[in-house]
Design a protein. Structure first.
Length: 40
């Protein structure tokens, strides 16, 4: 299996990006909020 296998578990960056996408426009979230949303 290669490092860039898209079927592998999501990387931390992917989890964080997905969490950030959930923040509505005009709202704010702290780094801690985003980490909690990403399950980190």
């Amino acid at each position: 299996m290669s490092k860039n296998d898209d079927t592998a578990l999501p990387s931390r960056y992917q989890l964080i990006y997905a969490a950030v996408l959930q923040i509505p426009a005009g709202k704010v979230a702290s780094y801690g909020d985003i980490a909690a949303m990403a399950g980190l």
